[in-house]
Design a protein around this ligand. Structure first.
Ligand SMILES: Cc1cc2nc3c(=O)[nH]c(=O)nc-3n(C[C@H](O)[C@H](O)[C@H](O)COP(=O)(O)O)c2cc1C
Length: 189
């Protein structure tokens, strides 16, 4: 059984990310092909990157890094829930990604973005970042708009087509997460 994290990519007080993550978790949890867990960046209280050695060297010094690494190592794939901040992802999510290396490699990732324009520019940046970490990013994605998928811009109510998009994205995350398993097992040998 594949183990997939749904990562809450905003630490802003009152963020929209938590509700988006809960929606995708509820949708994903109807599936039997993986287990799904919400991982909230806010629970890890990561400072701005303060590791003296680059993550690829695999020599983490701080307890907060080891805790974050131990959690993310347990997953086969990730669904990143990202806002769009100034045409990119959140600084908090980029920073959290930069903390680790081996924990990401040879895993699959899908994206759920949101913003006034759907957050697609944030996802394009994330794809570039994750490419450097050998993460296989799937093509299908969910792009929620604050005008179209919220009631009064506050209450999340995704339009019907967003459920279909979520289904396609989750299909691809599970397929690629499973397909990369031999490479991950090879890493551990
Ligand atoms: C610093 C900042 C920059 C933003 N830049 C954009 C943007 O470039 N494009 C956009 O569509 N929305 C932008 N927004 C709106 C956010 O996408 C929206 O507020 C969203 O709810 C933020 O995610 P969060 O609530 O989970 O933190 C921005 C919001 C903030 C706080």
């Amino acid at each position: 059984m594949l183990n997939v994290a749904i990562v809450v990519g905003s630490t802003r007080p009152g963020n929209r990310a938590g509700a988006v993550a809960r929606w995708i978790h509820e949708t994903a949890s109807r599936r039997a092909d993986a287990t799904w867990e919400i991982v909230d960046l806010g629970d890890f209280e990561l400072p701005l990157l303060d590791e003296p050695i680059p993550a690829a060297v695999d020599d983490y010094r701080h307890e907060h890094t080891k805790r974050w690494a131990a959690k993310m190592a347990t997953f086969d794939a990730y669904v990143f829930v990202t806002p769009e901040y100034n045409h990119s992802t959140s600084g908090a999510l980029k920073n959290a990604i930069d903390f680790l290396y081996a924990e990401w490699v040879n895993k699959a990732a899908g994206f759920v973005s949101y913003g006034y324009d759907g957050g697609t520019r944030a996802v394009e940046h994330l794809r570039l970042v994750l490419g450097g970490l050998q993460v296989a990013d799937v093509a299908a994605q969910v792009a929620l708009t604050i005008h179209g998928d919220y009631v009064d811009e506050t209450e999340l109510r995704p339009r019907e087509h967003q459920y279909a998009a979520a289904g396609s994205m989750l299909d691809q995350v599970v397929a690629w997460g499973a397909a990369l398993r031999p490479l991950r097992l090879g890493d551990e040998l």
